[in-house]
Design a protein around this ligand. Structure first.
Ligand SMILES: NC(=O)c1ccc[n+]([C@@H]2O[C@H](COP(=O)([O-])OP(=O)(O)OC[C@H]3O[C@@H](n4cnc5c(N)ncnc54)[C@H](O)[C@@H]3O)[C@@H](O)[C@H]2O)c1
Length: 356
């Protein structure tokens, strides 16, 4: 078992990474929660695989469990699902001494985390991420969110869980496209960290190679993300480095209108931001091809649809005042923040189209 300790200003908790940890969930949860009602929030894909195991484990450990299932997919990060879950918690007389356990991918983690953060001004939360993206990224760091018609993740909170339990064995039921998507996030972390972590990705030459390497890759990614989050819980400084690839990625995701998954859009963003900064002489040109090779090895897209990305990015919520902060690497393991005035954005981005 790999244990990663997260200490923030408001809370200290552990992230436990172990093959088959779901089979020990009851024991793990009793270490942080006394007997109580637990709402297991899951989705229509994950629930049929793992809700019974989780329910049995928690019930045997003395918890009273209610499973609450939302439709699988991004559309569940909505006010209507928040309302429905809160109504169910209230109808079942959940109090401030009860808890929510999020069993699912990033959608369930973000939604259930948000609900836990606002129900009765906040009840206890445990994250059990089931997709690779959620295991390496969304379950770590305490960000919760739902979407609005005007954009993704526009309503949310910072809300740290009491425990995160990661079981890489359950990735076996994750469709290959989603496995590759989560791997894109690992490539991002490895590029930011460099060293042995960066080197270890050489062995991933296909989607099939991800599963056997998953425990180590997850542990390295989570350790890195936890370090960054501890240093900057509310994204006022170094945590922005985690947005590497996301500035273009968010815009690509919006333009793709549901055709690309988040991690696929970020894969494009990673390669394109390297290309953009290489064109401006701030990043080495071979970085673009290195990252591209890692991402293409698992079938992730890396090329940009020819649309007006710069225009969309003007509306990105990360535009703070008059500048947008980019993340680029001057070498593997050497990330930098780089603010660009919004008024210069179109010109700056324009260079991207002329570089092949
Ligand atoms: N909070 C954060 O810091 C943060 C960071 C990154 C992304 N996110 C959010 O995460 C979401 C994307 O996460 P995601 O890719 O996990 O999406 P997701 O939750 O929709 O999961 C992807 C798909 O895989 C299915 N699935 C998940 N685990 C499975 C398993 N073990 N077996 C079979 N099927 C499984 C889900 O039902 C879904 O259909 C987005 O909403 C994004 O905004 C949040």
């Amino acid at each position: 078992m790999t244990n990663i300790e997260v200490k923030t200003r408001v809370k200290q908790y552990q992230i436990k990474i172990m093959i088959n940890s779901l089979h020990h969930l009851g024991t793990l949860v009793t270490k942080v929660w006394c007997a109580r009602q637990v709402a297991v929030v899951t989705d229509t894909n994950v629930g049929p695989y793992y809700a019974k195991l989780v329910t049995d484990e928690l019930t045997a450990a003395g918890f009273k469990v209610r499973v609450m299932t939302v439709p699988a997919g991004e559309a569940s990060k909505s006010w209507s699902q928040v309302q429905s879950l809160i109504d169910q918690l209230s109808a079942a007389h959940f109090s401030r001494s009860d808890g929510v356990l999020a069993l699912g991918g990033g959608v369930v983690g973000d939604l259930a985390g948000f609900v836990a953060s606002i129900y009765m001004r906040g009840i206890a939360l445990i994250q059990v991420p089931t997709s690779l993206l959620a295991q390496v990224d969304s379950s770590v760091g305490g960000k919760t969110a739902i979407d609005l018609p005007t954009g993704k993740n526009l309503v949310g909170s910072f809300y740290q869980p009491d425990l995160v339990v990661i079981d890489p064995a359950i990735l076996v039921t994750l469709p290959p496209r989603m496995l590759a998507e989560g791997y894109g996030e690992i490539v991002k972390c490895a590029a930011l960290v460099g060293g042995d972590f960066g080197q270890s990705l050489h062995q991933i030459t296909s989607v099939a190679a991800i599963l056997p390497a998953a425990p180590d890759l997850i542990a390295a990614s989570v350790a890195f993300k936890a370090r960054v989050v501890m240093a900057d819980e509310h994204e006022q400084g170094q945590r922005q480095l985690l947005n590497f690839g996301h500035t273009i990625g968010h815009a690509v995701e919006l333009l793709a209108d549901g055709q690309l998954m988040h991690g696929e859009a970020v894969a494009i963003g990673l390669v394109q931001v390297c290309r953009l900064f290489a064109a401006h002489g701030l990043a080495p040109t071979n970085l673009t091809s290195t990252l591209k090779a890692r991402l293409m090895a698992v079938g992730l897209p890396t090329e940009l649809p020819p649309q007006a990305v710069a225009a969309v990015m003007q509306h990105d919520k990360k535009v703070h005042g008059t500048a947008l902060t980019w993340v680029y690497l001057s070498a593997v393991g050497q990330p930098h923040l780089y603010p660009i005035a919004v008024t210069d954005l179109a010109t700056w981005m324009g260079d991207l189209w002329s570089v092949s």
